[in-house]
Ligand binder design. Structure first.
Ligand code: ARG
Length: 471
């Protein structure tokens, strides 16, 4: 059978052009959504009296059969049929005969492909919220195990102030919490129906767009037909949210890589998540976080790629827009891979509490607290800062830590010191002194974990509800 659009043409399409313009190799991913959209469309055509009940029934039965055959891998898609939309229409016509050609009444591939993408992405967004939820659960689980683990907190990658390791992990819970919020917020824009926009201007048939929206569980329909077929903002938005998630994962990856190095030895990733070296028998490499760090680049690339495709594109549909898909699929796959691995990798990670404690004992991260102690005695903070700076310098020159100094040594720098400083300098004391909302004191971190757990429950409820809505 010739091309579905072959009427106007007198020559065969050049073979290279056919291959160059076809998208079936990648848009076959949208087969389920394409049929889902077609079923709703044809049902509406029947309700509106645009097609007869018998035609509608035949088309619906045919579409169901085509779907089953696709699922069983029985349909071989053809490049000559260009894309998933025409491949499915062709299969339908092969199955039920010319009546299959009535399916495309009042519709264009332009509003059809946009609809497929919306259906596809809304499911993925809900799945990603679910995966982020799992990762948060793992992080919170580790945080609960490490409420008594003190570790140096860093700025400039230099030891700054001791903190609870739980507090550090909970920072990531907050970051992924924002990612969840962003995805949830994007859902309402993704869940807007383009179908009914036709090629660009609407259609002459008396269609009912809202009825189609209702069947497909869309919250609303696009206001403007040109916008409906030329909008890819929702994909850009998704790629941008995915970029942020990958950026967050890459920061955590970097820390895991550092922490599992011999120089730190703060954590050990489970063997199941590491690989060895083909030449150096002693090695255990953190390949998973390394690859996640690396793959962050391709997700950014997908985002910038699509933004660039869309830049300066005149309204409405242009073939350029076919380039929206591969990057989106690539990002979906990349993000799925990373998130699926991260939750169990965090859950099974061994935390070397002793090594962390040793790092805390052998550094000056309690220096701020004796400065604060002198401030409490009435010394202006700037002067206290200077005094402690000199005290630390003295320690470095004499190979000591602050807790090693005698009271007499302290008093060389300020007569305001008294023996309470030994208490002030204890890491537990240093941590628990930061008893402000959002701070590292144990009670604050416990409260933060409590709030995060409540949030987890809300997220789980959202996922359950929206999985149902986005089927
Ligand atoms: N494969 C096309 C795409 O993904 C479908 C829309 C084609 N529309 C057209 N007017 N050629 O963009």
């Amino acid at each position: 059978m010739s091309k579905l659009w072959g009427g106007r043409f007198t020559k065969k399409t050049d073979q290279l052009v056919e291959e160059y313009t076809a998208s079936i190799e990648f848009d076959k991913e949208l087969a389920e959504e394409d049929i889902q959209g077609s079923l709703a469309h044809v049902t509406m055509l029947g309700k509106q009296g645009i097609l007869s009940a018998e035609d509608v029934e035949q088309i619906q039965d045919g579409l169901h059969r085509v779907l089953q055959r696709i699922r069983r891998g029985e349909i071989e898609f053809a490049i000559a049929d260009e894309d998933i939309h025409m491949n499915i229409e062709k299969s339908l016509i092969d199955d039920i005969g010319p009546v299959g050609g009535k399916l495309h009444t009042g519709r264009s591939r332009n509003d059809q492909v946009a609809t497929d993408m919306h259906l596809y992405l809304r499911k993925r967004v809900v799945e990603f919220v679910g995966l982020l939820h799992k990762l948060q659960e793992s992080l919170i689980g580790q945080a609960k195990e490490n409420l008594d683990t003190i570790v140096p907190g860093y700025t400039h990658l230099q030891r700054a102030q001791p903190i609870l390791f739980a507090h550090h992990l909970m920072a990531y819970v907050s970051m992924f919490g924002r990612d969840i919020e962003r995805l949830q917020d994007s859902y309402k824009r993704i869940n807007t129906l383009p179908l009914g926009a036709g090629a660009l201007a609407g259609t002459t048939f008396p269609i009912d767009r809202h009825y189609v929206a209702e069947q497909l569980k869309f919250d609303r329909v696009y206001e403007n037909s040109l916008d409906a077929v030329s909008d890819r903002d929702f994909i850009v938005e998704f790629l941008s949210h995915a970029s942020l998630i990958m950026m967050h994962l890459s920061r955590l990856s970097e820390e895991l890589i550092l922490w599992s190095s011999t120089e730190f030895r703060f954590v050990e990733l489970d063997d199941a998540f590491c690989t060895g070296s083909s030449i150096m028998p002693q090695k255990k490499n953190p390949d998973v976080p390394e690859l996640v760090r690396g793959k962050t680049g391709r997700v950014y690339g997908d985002l910038v790629g699509l933004l660039t495709v869309l830049k300066s594109l005149p309204l409405a549909y242009n073939k350029d827009m076919q380039e929206d898909k591969e990057g989106m699929f690539d990002t979906v796959k990349t993000l799925q891979g990373a998130l699926q691995l991260f939750a169990p990798m965090i859950a099974t990670m061994k935390v070397n509490k002793q090594q962390m404690r040793q790092a805390v004992n052998q550094d000056f991260s309690n220096a701020t607290d004796i400065a604060d102690f002198l401030v409490g005695k009435g010394l202006p903070f700037r002067q206290a800062h200077e005094v402690i700076g000199k005290t630390v310098l003295y320690c470095i020159e004499n190979n000591k830590y602050l807790l090693d100094l005698t009271l007499d040594e302290f008093k060389q720098f300020s007569t305001l010191f008294d023996d309470r400083i030994y208490q002030v300098l204890q890491p537990e004391q240093v941590v628990n002194a930061r008893n402000v909302y959002g701070g590292t004191a144990t009670v604050q971190v416990e409260a933060a974990i409590g709030r995060a757990q409540e949030q987890l429950e809300q997220t789980a409820a959202w996922v359950a509800e929206y999985l149902e809505r986005s089927k």
